[in-house]
Structure formats: structure tokens, C-alpha cells
Design a protein. Sequence first.
Length: 286
Amino acid sequence: MLSWLHESHLLLFRNQPALAVHLMREALGVDVPAYREARVMSADLTELQPAEYRADMVVQLVDDASALGIVIEVQLSVDERKRFSWPVYVSILRARLECPVCLLVVTADDAVARWAAKPIEMGGLHQLTPYVLGPSRVPEVTDEFHARTNPELAVLSAMAHGSDDDVERSTRIAMAAQTATVGLDADRSKLYFDLILKSLSEAARHALSSMDARTYEYQSDFARHYVAQGRAAGAADVIARLLTARFGPLGAEVERRIRGAAISELDAMTERVLVAGSLGEVLGVG
């Protein structure tokens, strides 16, 4: 059975196919060709072979013609069988698209990343070397503006670094990713919010729960305007969006309670919203 971690990585690439290009260029230093559009293709790479070959995801970069095909595989553990199936994915997609194709392996463990990065000997002079993105290669997104312009990257950053030993850094990454969820559609926002929280270590969660929103150094104009400066109307709007992202649509009574709260109450809600288990817990009732 596929794990939530496997599926949530794929979700980010599915929601933003160009994320693969950004990571290959910025994190791995790959010279990706210019393209007009990044689109998700069918991951079924079975042709006439008796066995079924299905990659986790296939992204096609399109310019006037196909510019590059990217086979994306999320690999959470060492599996030597993949070193035989991965070259099949690449060769079939190359024949289908009639353009260059590469393999991008994404993993949540640096030891698995080192295994996946070993060249695959094909025989003779042929060799396939995957591009591999382990957690240590995922950019650390701590800037709220950067996070809001690329929410999938911000969430991936929180997933990769949420359990790092540097709790302060993990907390700042989580805060930036949380900011990125504000303003997204309700389903996407709630899902991303949950992924961020689920990826944090206990120490990072505790740091978030004890963080004073009034002393946190927000970087973006958005956050400073609505939170750091303490404008009640703006802070209430942020709290309402965060609560909707976590718990779904708010009732009229909850909306009235938020809009009528003093700035000190809103500060307290901000501190509780990241770790509370229920809506009542955030509001301080029940």
C-alpha cells in the first residue's frame, strides 16, 4: 500500500508540474531546456511488453515540440528491482516522445538518495544516472514572499526539513509554508496545512505552540501588515482563513467571535492554531 508520504510528494508535483524543473535547475544544477508549458502525462509506460510498467509520474516540457520528458519516481526505501525498471521507463518514454528523457528520483531519506544516485550499468558502454533529490538538497524556504509565490515548494521544504535537528530553522520553514497556504482554495489549503504539521518533529511542534506571534519576526509585507503590526481586522481575517484551512467552513457564530475578539485574543489564537486539535481549542472554548 502506498504511504501518505509517497502520495503527498506526488501531489505537490501533480499540482505544479514545473516544480520538477525548478528543483532540477536550482537544487541539482541541471541545464533544463527552455519550454513553454510543463504538463503531467499518463504514467502508464507499458507498450507491448507482457509486464506492466507504471512510473509514479511523467512530466512533459513542451515548447514548439517536446523539449524534455521527466520520469518522476518517489522512492522511500532501497529497492534493487527499481534499478531494472527505471531504465525501462526512460526508454519507453523516449520512444514515445521522440525527445530527450531524464529520471528524477525524489526521496525523504538521504541514505536512500545516495543509493538511488548510483549509476545504473546497462551493459556495454551504456549507463543511466538518475537525478536524485534527497531532503538535504531541497531548498530551505524561510521567506514568506518566496513561499507564497511557490506554495508547493514551500510545503516540500517543510516536509523535507520539519524533523531537522535545528528546531528554530524547522519552525521558520514551517511558518513560511503555513503562510503560503493562506489564499489557496479551501481543499488545497487544508491538505497542505495538514502535511506541514504532520512533517514536523515533536520539538518543532512544541516550538510552534509556544511561539509568541507578537515577537515573531515576520519578513513579508503581507505578514507584517496583518500580524506584526497588530491590526485587529487584518489579524482576524488571517485567523479566519487559517481556521477554514484546518477545520473547514466556519459557522456564523465562530465568524462573529473572531471578528469581535481583541488583538490579545487574536494573538493567542495565532499561537494555538498550528497545534490545536479542534476548533474549540483554537478559540479557547470547550
